[in-house]
Ligand binder design. Structure first.
Ligand code: Z97
Length: 730
């Protein structure tokens, strides 16, 4: 399957002949660090290969469009509930630098003792089935080609069907997975014996397939009342899972510890989180680290969430994390939207590029509070572990409620999660293997009657699905009603007929978001905001974020609602943007002609940065084509501009106008046009306006020959002048 940059990913093509699709590669891929890499004007210290195609950060425009890629893997979590919509989001995320796609499962799949088939819709994630996994891997295989970098696909090997899902992941080329028997016990009430027996099997399968394992310790952080108090316990959870994984034979570099910096401002974040991260790195040297952003304190303010992400990422960089996981900044208010996945990825990308080479410049102190606190956390963790051993082991400790207790260990508040070793999902299902037990696949932990020294166990029974993929039984759909074919009917028809609706999550959901500041006390303001949103035509308006600016002066609201509008591409007036003339052509025309240009910011406008960019040779401005530019400076009166036109016999005037208070920019443009007419100078003179709020339409309405807004280059302006001069001549 091939994608093309100017076409949407074709889900029907993804689904075609899926029965025979095999993944292109298996196992986890890290980025390779390139030291001292020259990209554009900079030499980078901590980058990896550039992408073949990408969407750079916005400011890249001022740095020759570069898009350096950090050396950490960047994760995005995808969870629309429909895998066919997830695919489009994955593609966008990959173009923004994500190479670890975590597909969240529909809530509670851990309780299902077996595989699910087909493509049922999920809530807050998708049911993990063979068809959905295979289709996703197939789409990601094509997306990898587009961006030129391997993309790791990830989901969960937790719950009572852990070993079956591990086999499925190995067969289908899934590259990373959460596997932690403690997660099952604490958060899904799976029987503890069953959970640990299954974990042995699952971990062996993951190890054989080169799948990176993430543990589940971060969940204690997200669940605890005061997350910074469970830090000693997090060490214990990491230690149990790591030791268990090693005992099963999993290599160290397939084990990633899933960590979360536990606090957020207004807490003194770095003072608490940094010693924790340092202590973790020291105790678990040799293992990989995946740092996830903190969601525990996330409210509906996306900016606040993003600032916490930046600080979390700073900690990651200082403590040499391997995977930077991102959370969408809208998690506190809705199921993540497409563009907020991208916002999360960009927060990491932007921060990590800013921090390039930081460890060459800064060093964490070797003594003092940082090390003392780190040591204290380790001591508390060791005491915790010793107590578990003393009281009879892990099962007894869980039964006694020692985990996710809100006390700061060794303090206990007796409010931890308690589980009975003789209860829970799958209780009573652990049985001793018969003496003739034969494992169904070659990857297996413990006794297998088919084991032989000199050949693969499955040779005895004609091959297993891991060694011979043709033995995989592919079930397409079990429920024709709850299936992708049915769901795709409308989207496919709408796309074919060129129909467009706004969307945030699923095809054509129509959801939009508006921001309103209402100058009244909060409850009045909120009622007014909802009322106004209804007037705007939004159905089911709902406040997703409210922030008080002042108890009496007003509040700002973000409101989502459904905009029941669709347009067809045919009814849109589309003008092809005019391509600028080639630079050589501009220069060949301008240089021999002695063309003078007068430039200024007019009226009471002191903003001259934009104007310099258009004029100055050092910014690639029009001077380089041979224009004689007379920059009169800032806040120049229209009369003075025209006086200089006369003096120099200038052919064009470039005015820059940024300030738009009371439409002053329109007034200035009109004044200049009127005065030029009055002085009989307008006919031969090109008057061009530029500025962040100027559009070609607005400028022309105000008597200008053209208007140039954001992102204009000197080449654009020079092309316009040359074309008009050529027209006038003919
Ligand atoms: C994350 N932000 O980073 P079920 N196993 C583990 C888990 O952490 C989870 C599941 C299984 C989060 C994502 C929370 N984690 C969401 C170790 C879920 C999922 O299918 O809901 O039963 O289990 O992971």
């Amino acid at each position: 399957m091939k994608t093309s940059t100017d076409r949407k990913i074709d889900v029907l093509e993804v689904l075609a002949d899926l029965e025979h699709y095999r993944p292109k590669r298996k196992g986890w891929t890290w980025r390779s660090r390139i030291e001292n890499q020259q990209i554009g004007p900079f030499v980078y210290k901590d980058t990896s290969s550039n992408l073949k195609q990408s969407v750079p950060l916005c400011a890249a425009r001022d740095f020759s469009g570069i898009d350096p890629q950090c050396d950490l893997v960047i994760t995005t979590e995808i969870a629309s509930g429909r895998f066919e919509d997830d695919l489009r989001r994955m593609r966008m995320a990959a173009w923004h630098g994500a190479d670890h796609i975590m597909v969240i499962r529909t809530t509670g799949q851990s309780h299902i003792d077996g595989l699910i088939e087909g493509t049922p819709e999920g809530i807050g994630g998708i049911p993990i089935t063979r068809k959905q996994v295979r289709a996703t891997r197939k789409a990601l295989d094509a997306i990898e080609e587009e961006v030129g970098r391997p993309i790791n696909f990830h989901s969960y090997v937790s719950g009572v069907a852990g070993p079956e899902i591990a086999v499925l992941f190995s067969e289908e080329g899934v590259n990373g997975a959460h596997q932690d028997p403690q997660y099952n016990v604490l958060y899904r009430d799976v029987n503890m014996r069953r959970s640990f027996v299954d974990a042995a099997e699952s971990k062996r399968i993951l190890a054989d397939a080169g799948i990176l394992q993430l543990d589940g310790a971060h969940n204690a952080n997200a669940t605890a009342k005061e997350a910074w108090k469970v830090l000693p316990e997090l060490f214990v959870q990491h230690a149990i899972n790591t030791a268990y994984s090693r005992a099963i034979g999993m290599p160290a570099d397939l084990i990633a510890l899933s960590t979360v910096p536990p606090t957020a401002p207004p807490a003194p974040k770095l003072r608490i989180d940094l010693p924790y991260a340092v202590a973790l790195r020291e105790v678990f040297r040799g293992y990989r680290f995946r740092a996830q952003q903190n969601t525990r304190y996330m409210e509906s303010d996306m900016l606040e969430a993003s600032v916490t992400h930046v600080l979390d990422t700073l900690i990651s960089r200082l403590t040499l994390t391997d995977i930077q996981s991102t959370i969408t900044p809208d998690e506190g208010r809705n199921i993540p939207w497409h563009y907020n996945n991208i916002a999360g990825v960009n927060t990491a990308r932007q921060t990590l590029m800013a921090l390039d080479g930081i460890t060459e410049q800064l060093e964490l102190k070797k003594s003092g509070p940082l090390r003392e606190q780190a040591r204290e956390i380790k001591e508390r963790a060791v005491l915790f572990l010793e107590e578990i051993v003393d009281i009879g082991g892990y099962y007894t400790a869980v039964e006694a409620g020692h985990f996710v207790d809100s006390g700061h260990y060794p303090e206990r508040n007796d409010d931890g999660i308690t589980r009975d070793p003789d209860a829970g999902d799958g209780h009573g299902t652990v049985v001793r293997r018969e003496t003739d037990y034969g494992a169904p696949v070659c990857s297996h932990f413990g006794f297998n009657a088919y084991s032989r020294k000199d050949r693969k166990p499955c040779e005895d029974y004609g091959g297993c699905t891991l060694c011979d993929p043709s033995k995989i039984r592919y079930i397409d759909e079990l429920d024709p009603e709850d299936s992708v074919d049915k769901r795709l009917k409308t989207p496919v028809e709408e796309r074919k007929s060129g129909l467009l609706r706004p969307e945030v999550e699923k095809h054509g959901d129509g959801v939009v978001c508006v921001t309103l500041f209402i100058p009244a006390e909060p409850h009045v303001a909120e009622a007014a905001a909802i009322h106004m949103a209804r007037h705007m035509g939004l159905h089911n308006p709902e406040v997703i974020s409210r922030r008080q600016m002042h108890p009496a002066e007003g509040s700002v609201f973000e409101i989502k609602g459904i905009l029941d509008i669709c347009v067809t591409v045919d009814e849109l007036t589309l003008t092809e943007p005019e391509q600028p003339l080639p630079e050589a052509e501009i220069e060949a025309y301008v240089r021999p002609r002695n063309v003078h240009v007068i430039a200024a910011t007019i009226g009471e406008d002191e903003h001259s940065v934009g104007l310099h960019e258009i004029l100055d040779i050092k910014h690639g401005g029009i001077e380089k084509y041979g224009f004689y530019c007379h920059n009169l400076g800032t806040s120049v009166a229209p009369a003075r501009v025209l006086e200089m036109v006369r003096k120099t016999n200038a052919r064009a005037v470039l005015i820059s106008t940024i300030v738009t208070h009371a439409d002053i920019h329109r007034q200035h443009m009109r004044e200049l046009d009127a005065l030029a007419r009055q002085l009989n100078m307008r006919e031969d003179l090109l008057i061009i306006a530029g500025g962040t709020h100027v559009t070609d339409d607005v400028a022309r309405q105000c008597g200008m020959d053209a208007g140039f807004g954001k992102a204009t280059t000197g080449q654009d302006v020079a092309s316009f002048i040359v074309r008009r001069m050529q027209e006038i001549r003919h």
